[in-house]
Design a binder for this molecule. Structure first.
Ligand SMILES: [Zn+2]
Length: 311
């Protein structure tokens, strides 16, 4: 059984990824559990493939975030304005959920280093800055995972590929003066955040862009990026909010376009032997079923690539 398991894509999930929000809240919190259930129901994955993250020690979170912010958030003493900027109502359960999701991305990154490819079923909170949260993002899981793996001596150079439709502004800011982490963000130029930060490479896209132009644009940058940066690890934010049906997106990708994007990113990295850890990123729609399917395209593509390359 052990041999069999090692031949299958490592996935990361925790039942604590979902906490209850007030009725009608615009953040689609249930998508994380539904994604896990869909992957099992559709036979994309079986239960043994899932790894369960642990809560990260506070020192790890403080590799990115200021101790004052971490303490105020965890204790529920942030002022009302800082709390509104996050956009999620504070609760002890949400604190635990937030930290568990960070642990999930750290675990995904470790699994990717060991197996070449791994996927979380949450993560991508790229709008979180060192001293404050923003846009549903509280702690920056991508940035924390990068710093933790560096601190553990497992990697030197990291490439963050952020294809969420919104700029990875928090991540860009955190690593602005850090040459060991290269930040790449391809996003819709007229979307949130209103004030953009400077990533190492920003590719702003015009509103309404469709599959082919989007994928050609991505291809133009990705291969060169890998051979220029030569990362020890790629962290991939696979936000599905560039989808035409997304409530907050403003681009016009189809399900097929999203799947082709995931195949393109994953096979480009894996073929060149760069380990890649994936998080699901943003995705907002009233049709939760359609949204969860879009997120699952990442795991479907990853399973295919994992088998194809016999990782
Ligand atoms: Zn987004």
């Amino acid at each position: 059984m052990g041999g069999l398991i090692s031949m299958e894509l490592p996935l990361v999930y925790h039942p604590g990824y979902v906490v209850s929000l007030p009725e009608g809240h615009r953040f689609p919190m249930l998508k994380f559990r539904q994604l896990y259930e869909l992957l099992l129901a559709d036979g994309v994955a079986h239960p043994e493939q899932f790894h369960t993250p642990e809560l990260p020690p506070q020192e790890w979170i403080e590799l990115v975030h200021t101790p004052d912010y971490v303490q105020a958030y965890c204790e529920g003493t942030l002022d009302a304005k800082a709390q509104r900027r996050i956009g999620l109502p504070w609760s002890p359960a949400l604190v635990s959920r937030t930290c568990t999701a960070v642990g999930g991305t750290i675990l995904t990154a470790q699994l990717a280093l060991n197996h070449g490819l791994a996927c979380n079923t949450a993560g991508g909170t790229h709008h979180a800055f060192p001293g404050y949260g923003s846009g549903f993002c509280i702690f920056n899981d991508l940035a924390i995972a990068a710093r933790v793996l560096q601190q553990l001596g497992l990697v030197h150079k990291i490439l963050i590929v952020d294809l969420d439709v919104h700029q990875g502004d928090g991540t860009a800011f955190i690593f602005e003066n850090d040459p060991s982490v290269f930040t790449f963000s391809m996003h819709c130029e007229v979307n949130f955040p209103g004030t953009k930060q400077k990533s190492d490479l920003d590719v702003p896209l015009t509103a309404g862009m469709e599959d082919d132009v989007y994928l050609q644009t991505l291809a133009k940058y990705l291969i060169h990026l890998l051979s220029d940066v030569k990362p020890d690890l790629v962290l991939y934010d696979a936000g599905v909010d560039p989808h035409i049906g997304d409530r907050l997106g403003k681009l016009a990708l189809t399900d097929t376009g999203i799947f082709r994007r995931e195949m393109q990113v994953l096979s480009t990295c894996v073929a060149a032997e760069y380990p890649i850890a994936c998080v699901i990123g943003g995705g907002y729609a009233d049709d939760l079923k359609g949204l969860v399917y879009r997120h699952s395209l990442l795991h479907r593509a990853a399973s295919e690539v994992y088998c194809q390359y016999r990782l």
